[in-house]
Design a binder for this molecule. Structure first.
Ligand SMILES: [Zn+2]
Length: 500
């Protein structure tokens, strides 16, 4: 998908999805066994003594302590010292086995960010800045070339009814928008990902997915008469239309969140209940421990499109679910997957999806108010050039899309700041739930290197583009955050009184 309309469609489609990692969204898992076992084991063991985790090949605590040490944490130093003592005693002189060297995750994250990854991440960042402007230019081209007016004339010749005029104009406009936006969409969505070995899709398969995006846009905004309702409102209340339109946003977002996992997502991928019964059992245990309903944990065959890792939670009410990409399931170890699931459970338990839906609905009042004011002024200034006199003219669609793009651009840093905050809360929840700091740090480390992410982007890039905290921040936090060792209460995960 490309162009202003599709960018907007994508943003709206993304509402109600809380991605846990980078880019897309995450879900919920099992881990009662894991959490209970490892917690019990830790409680029983001497402080600083490595805890043997059945699913872990390398000792966890040494790694964590060394990282804390590197970060200059005084407590970490003390722990590392006592740990060293414990290890020495544990060694059997008859069969000396050298302890594996401690890992320095911060150094590893930096080393993983190779020149090749730097080049990929840099290109992605640049494209991220260009994308909204490209969409804006496409919309302005359609307006200034007179194409919008010509398409409107054609739509009006074909039917006198507003519903069909909107549908015909939207269809033609979406096709033109797709064609003009194609070079950008192709490079960003296909060529770049192929160049760096991240995409597993053929060009035909990628193009097919783009075509589905166009189809979904036409159905959601055209056949389901969302745009028709907006144009009716504009015709009826030329100045005050923004209010009823914003009012209508909430049910639209709710309906979208409800049907997204049931209707839209399966157009692109196959979703199946988690195959791995052992993992499923661990996830259910974690869910019971965290008092999170975990009926719906799915895996999705994202390996059809990419080698990247991710997970997310989306849906609403009965359709709510945690989804793990099959790439994540194959590439991460069980304790790392459980940490990821813990993060997604955090989104669920902390009400992030609900809060997001309410905030977007409130934000839409400001957004549509600004559009109504600026679109009116813009039409008075340029309407005669474009042969579009009034906003109720369906030919104003590219203008509305351009305005939506422009104001979203301005609002993006605010939305991202909020998003980074809730992502951090979900990370903290996952640490509190699993108490597996090392698995969390390893999960972030793998995520970064697999997805070729910049672990330490500049503050400006973070401010503008990052919906999640940069990975190095997340790694350091995952390693250092252990309130239970400092006698402090948890911030987010409070153990329910009764075990369910
Ligand atoms: Zn998240």
């Amino acid at each position: 998908m490309s162009g202003a309309t599709l960018v907007v469609a994508r943003r709206i489609a993304a509402l109600g999805t809380a991605v846990i990692l980078m880019g897309p969204a995450p879900a919920l898992a099992q881990g009662a066994t894991l959490a209970r076992d490892s917690l019990a084991a830790r409680a029983a063991s001497a402080p600083g003594r490595p805890v043997a985790a059945p699913d872990t090949l390398a000792p966890r605590l040494p790694v964590v302590r060394r990282d804390a040490l590197a970060a200059g944490d005084a407590e970490g130093i003390a722990a590392a010292d006592s740990l060293a003592g414990g290890e020495a005693m544990a060694i059997n002189p008859a069969a000396p086995v050298p302890a594996p060297p401690p890992r320095d995750y911060v150094a590893e994250a930096r080393a993983n960010f190779t020149a090749e990854n730097r080049s990929y991440a840099g290109t992605r960042t640049a494209l991220g800045f260009v994308e909204p402007f490209y969409a804006l230019v496409v919309a302005l081209l359609i307006l200034f070339s007179g194409l919008a007016a010509k398409l409107r004339d054609l739509a009006c010749r074909l039917s006198r009814r507003l519903y069909f005029q909107v549908l015909v104009f939207l269809t033609l406009y979406t096709v033109v928008d797709f064609v003009l936006g194609f070079p950008f969409a192709w490079y960003q969505g296909y060529a770049l990902e192929r160049q760096y070995g991240l995409s597993t899709q053929s060009f035909a398969a990628w193009l097919g997915d783009e075509g589905k995006g166009v189809g979904v846009t036409l159905i959601v905004y055209g056949l389901v008469p969302v745009l028709w309702l907006i144009y009716r409102a504009i015709a009826r209340w030329p100045r005050g239309w923004w209010f009823p339109v914003a009012l209508g946003t909430l049910p639209l977002i709710l309906a979208g969140a409800l049907i997204q996992p049931l209707v839209i997502d399966p157009l692109y991928n196959r979703f199946t209940p988690l195959h791995d019964q052992h993992l499923k059992g661990r996830i259910l245990e974690l869910a019971a421990w965290g008092d999170v309903p975990a009926r719906n944990v799915y895996e999705v065959d994202k390996s059809e499109q990419t080698v990247k890792y991710n997970a997310y939670v989306n849906g609403f009410g009965a359709s709510q679910r945690i989804v793990l990409w099959d790439t994540t399931l194959r590439g991460m170890r069980e304790d790392e997957i459980l940490f990821v699931v813990g993060h997604e459970m955090g989104h669920y338990r902390l009400g992030h999806i609900w809060r997001g839906i309410v905030l977007y609905s409130l934000g839409s009042f400001l957004l549509f108010f600004l559009i109504s004011r600026f679109a009116g002024g813009t039409l008075r200034r340029f309407g005669s050039h474009w042969d579009i006199r009034e906003l109720k003219d369906v030919a104003s669609m590219p203008l509305l899309a351009a305005m939506l793009s422009l104001f979203s651009l301005v609002g993006q840093p605010v939305i991202n700041a909020y998003s980074r905050r809730v992502e951090h809360e979900a990370d903290a929840f996952a640490v509190e739930l699993t108490r597996d700091n090392d698995a969390g740090a390893r999960a972030f480390l793998k995520l970064g290197s697999q997805n070729r992410d910049d672990p330490e982007p500049s503050r400006f890039v973070t401010f503008y583009q990052y919906s999640h905290p940069p990975l190095m921040e997340r790694i350091r936090f995952a390693l250092a955050y252990r309130p239970w060792e400092q006698g402090k209460p948890n911030r987010y995960f409070h153990r329910p009184t009764a075990r369910r």
